[in-house]
Ligand binder design. Structure first.
Ligand SMILES: [Zn+2]
Ligand SMILES: [Zn+2]
Ligand SMILES: [Zn+2]
Length: 171
């Protein structure tokens, strides 16, 4: 885990301790099982568990290291390379997408089908917290670029660095 002190980290640990593989996302998962088959992959128990960690922590941008640590904490025997390879499979299936938050880790988040453009991230330089901006907010800019440069924007990757409310209040 890179962001040592942050709340989300504790939330993550909490989830781990409380035991979250109660399949509260049963519905998504049964669709996902079919999707695995469509892509020619097996829906193994290990893959189910890895995917479940992602489903249970939709606001976190977990790295394969984080997920591996999580299983270690829960004493579930899944190797680091299984986690790593499963994330690549999930990415190919467009279930997760890679996020680069400039902290030296490859992080993943759930791919939401209603988002055809990646959402932006607010990164606090003090505590490392990450907030998703759910609105694109760039429609005007994208239209203008199409007009001015005859270039159609398909996606973008935008990070904002600054101070979150909590850190500003501590100053
Ligand atoms: Zn956009
Ligand atoms: Zn902060
Ligand atoms: Zn995000």
């Amino acid at each position: 885990m890179k962001y040592n002190e942050l709340d989300l980290y504790y939330q993550f640990i909490n989830n781990a301790v409380q035991g979250v593989d109660t399949m509260k996302n049963e519905l998504e998962t049964s669709n996902i099982k079919e999707k695995f088959h469509q892509f020619g992959y097996k829906y193994t128990e290990q893959r189910r568990l890895i995917l479940n960690v992602l489903l249970e922590n939709p606001d976190l941008h977990l790295s394969s290291e984080d997920i591996y640590e999580y299983f270690k904490m829960k004493k579930i025997d899944i190797s680091q390379s299984t986690v790593y390879r499963t994330l690549i499979v999930l990415e190919k299936m467009k279930i997760v997408r890679k996020v680069n938050l400039d902290d030296g880790f490859t992080r993943y988040e759930l791919f939401s089908p209603d988002e055809d453009h990646a959402h932006h991230h607010l990164i606090c330089t003090e505590c490392g917290s990450i907030t998703d901006i759910k609105n694109d907010l760039l429609e005007d800019l994208e239209r203008q670029i199409l007009d001015d440069y005859d270039f159609e924007i398909k996606d973008h990757c935008l990070k904002f660095f600054g101070l979150c409310k909590k850190c500003r209040n501590q100053k």
